[in-house]
Design a protein around this ligand. Structure first.
Ligand SMILES: [Zn+2]
Length: 442
């Protein structure tokens, strides 16, 4: 009733208040301390271990207490029959953003709406690699509220980098910014090395990385070129936030990535989004995509992206067209690095520019990873434990194991037989509570 009233009110005033809203479904949610047993499912735990058929997951206090075939179900537990379902860890996007909603609504409303959109698609944790400074205080608040072990939230958990740092001139400037961000209590520091003439020199970004490490924070870099990746690795970067796309990755670079256990985030959909709107993409008619259109900022973006004049502009745009070549090199490097045993983490760059759809593109990214030569299992690992490693939350999130947070994505079909089955969402659980979509789609 309340939801209906909200929807009506939103329609009346012409704002999309509830476009991606997920709320607790009280028919399934348990009060704190209640024990639930999810029974009969195929469990893919996110580590790469073989699926467990007919498994039980016992959940209480927001955590997984036990998982396996021969688990004793505590007396008094609420049983939830999951036979025929496949349960994977809630997906982790290690490189997302929260800038898609450009409305003038208060920061909290804008940010939570986007985090709900992610959650509605089964993305239960998002590492935001770049957030406008004005939004950082609210972002940090939302991060604190969503910390594993805290009160359950009805939106994706979030980790925050402040605005990406670029073009700093001196080491002192880099140290000052690093300390300023650390004082703001960010989770990670993001920097841009574009290959352009204004870039920070290695000495300057080295000072930034060093400052981050001294303050107990990791550092991630936007980059494109192999030479920049080498320089960043040399200075101790923790996360490569995009693909190396200009040439094949060489053995020395592979060794450097592995030696320091750096996570590599391909963001294939970021590149695809640069050129795909030279036409109308097939997914505009995919129900898994379009279910959110009527009430979201998606609608205005779609109208623009379908406009023939805009499509023509992209056809003639040199960078957009060059990105096709970069993408192909990025795919090859992803395969090479995955084969070499590098930790791959799913990331998308969603929520930055138009046409980079929060929630939906994470599923396209999974499919594109498989098209690039990864197995569905490798892609799932990247989207769960790999993403959690890149977001430095692998102690609490990213796998289905005793002691981990009960963030779960329940699917109606097995993603190992077809990775596109990640879109067959039955339900999304965060901290042991099932989210219900107000759109009635999950
Ligand atoms: Zn980004």
């Amino acid at each position: 009733m309340i939801r209906t009233a909200l929807r009506t009110a939103a329609a009346l005033v012409g704002v999309g208040l509830i476009w991606a809203g997920v709320a607790y479904d009280d028919s399934h949610a348990q009060t704190t301390g209640g024990v639930q047993a999810l029974t009969g499912a195929r469990v893919i735990d996110g580590t790469g271990a073989a699926p467990i058929e007919g498994a039980t997951i016992v959940v209480s206090d927001g955590r997984i207490q036990a998982v396996g075939r021969n688990v004793t179900i505590p007396a008094g537990a609420t049983r939830v029959d999951m036979s025929g379902k496949t349960i994977v860890p809630g997906l982790v996007n290690a490189h997302g953003h929260l800038q898609a909603d450009a409305s003038k609504r208060p920061a909290r409303d804008r940010l939570t709406a986007q985090l709900r959109m992610y959650a509605d698609y089964g993305i239960t944790t998002v590492q935001v690699l770049g957030l406008p400074l004005d939004d950082v205080p609210e972002g940090i608040k939302l991060r604190d509220e969503s910390r594993p072990g805290g009160a359950a939230v009805d939106r994706a958990r979030v980790l925050i980098a402040a605005a990406s740092l670029r073009n700093l001139k001196t080491e002192q400037e880099a140290r000052d910014w690093g300390n300023k961000y650390a004082d703001m209590k960010v989770d990670i520091i993001k920097m841009h090395i574009t290959g352009g003439p204004m870039d920070m020199t290695p000495a300057v970004y080295g000072a930034l990385i060093d400052t981050a490490h001294k303050r107990g924070i990791r550092a991630a870099a936007h980059m494109l070129y192999l030479k920049d990746a080498k320089g960043l690795l040399d200075k101790g970067i923790d996360v490569l936030a995009h693909s190396i796309r200009d040439q094949p990755v060489d053995q020395a670079t592979i060794a450097a990535i592995k030696a320091r256990d750096v996570e590599y985030i391909p963001t294939l959909t970021r590149d695809i989004a640069q050129f795909i709107y030279e036409g109308t993409p097939p997914y505009f008619t995919d129900a898994f995509f379009s279910r959110h259109i009527p009430n979201s900022y998606y609608r205005d973006e779609m109208a623009k992206l379908k406009d023939p004049a805009n499509q023509d502009k992209i056809k003639k745009d040199q960078t957009a067209q060059t990105t096709k070549t970069w993408l192909e090199q990025g795919r090859k490097n992803l395969k090479t690095l995955a084969d070499a045993g590098v930790t791959i983490a799913l990331g998308t760059d969603t929520g930055t520019n138009e046409g980079q759809w929060q929630g939906y593109f994470e599923h396209i990214e999974l499919e594109e990873m498989v098209k690039s030569g990864l197995t569905p299992m490798q892609a799932l690992i990247a989207a769960t434990s790999g993403g959690a490693k890149a977001a430095n939350v692998e102690q609490q999130l990213g796998t289905i194991a005793a002691g981990k947070q009960a963030d779960l994505l329940v699917l109606n079909a097995n993603p190992l037989t077809d990775i596109r089955n990640s879109r067959q969402i039955h339900s999304v659980w965060i901290g042991g509570r099932r989210l219900a979509s107000v759109n009635g789609t999950n």
